[in-house]
Design a protein around this ligand. Sequence first.
Ligand code: AMP
Ligand code: GLY
Length: 430
Amino acid sequence: MNILLIGSGGREHALAWKLAQSPLCDTLFAAPGNPGIAEEAELVVLDVADHAAVLSFCAGHGIGLVVVGPEAPLVDGLGDSLRDAGVPVFGPNRKAAQLEGSKGFTKDMCAAAGIPTAGYKRHDSKASALAGLSDFEPPYVIKADGLAAGKGVIIADTREEAEAAIGDMFGGGFGDAGASVVIEEFMTGEEASFFALTDGKDVVAFGSAQDHKRVGDGDTGPNTGGMGAYSPAPVLTEALQTEVMERIIKPTVAHMAAQGMPYSGVLFAGLMLTEQGPRLIEYNARFGDPECQVLMMRFNGDLAALMLAVATGKLAEAEAPTFSSDTALTVVMAANGYPGTPERGGTISLEKVMEAKVFHAGTTERDGRLVASGGRVLNVTATGGNVTEAKRVAYAAVDAIDFPTGFCRRDIGWREAEREAQGDCHTNHD
Ligand code: AMP
Ligand code: GLY
């Protein structure tokens, strides 16, 4: 079977690496890919917004499975176009992708299906949102409804800041994403990510992870797409994972199917582990980046076979996913300036890296040399018996990389490493 992978980041490099290992995979194509992905796949130039062009590529190259990495093509309906043409696709249709594409849609779904999440109200006008602040206590959580490249959530400590955020959203500061907003109750607890695969009917757990969203050590500075992650997340104990499956994931899948928009692909649940139990913060309709990189390091099975089973509604017949009991940890090396304007063109040398796997996130080749081309540039990924061990190997590799215009956090995994140092560690579960 030939496979087409869509995307160009570290998540897609990790998927390409795993897909290429599958005995089912004949030729792997990637559009547009990156220099790391080029080691696993044949890169192709395709405008993924041009669905007819993607279909024509699939027909011309005997594509038996399309794997969509990022959310934008899913929210744009690429899944629908491929399914309508009979091409198996890993990733939901447009309506189901609203679980990521519209925060209000997801909150309404939670309310209808009885899924634990923060209390909320939706507002379609600035006046209504400003008045609606009175329904909540500070800190105020204000979310642009649509896709906002991870920047659409404002946590405001004061009413003035909340009013300014609402003004900004309705003033077009978040593009179309801010034409509607959700205001919700502030939740406290530790955050963790949980992944599940579903073909619309059946569901299987697909691992846990924790990431580090802030740019600076000690969780300081602005939010980013993620500066590092590790898997599994021992805070998501086996009992909590069962609770998440039963109270959050399975009711979502059942509700979406009952509403005539079955969800097929990976469901990435961002969770808050509150004193009242796990609550949903948000859903994503794709793998996390860099969470995918650590999941792929631990996944033991045949990714192409599993994704094909999801895409063709045969998850019940597929081999249950299994993961190594090791911990995987990834450190993001970013270009100076990220998450603002990253410095592009800085040279990178990976020659001295020994033990770790380096996924390319934002690289390109210029005059035969590897250079930085994005904000997040490399994902330096290692495994070990626990977070402390995986962290040691990952940072040894970071130190062996020559990337003078790049930086990274030095404390990825700190929370878990501290617990391990105190001897307060759970066993690995997923
Ligand atoms: P989201 O894009 O919805 O994941 O939100 C980004 C981040 O904002 C989350 O990872 C949380 O740290 C925070 N956040 C979102 N919603 C809430 C909430 N209701 N209470 C507390 N923190 C939240
Ligand atoms: N690392 C967070 C995300 O992919 O949404």
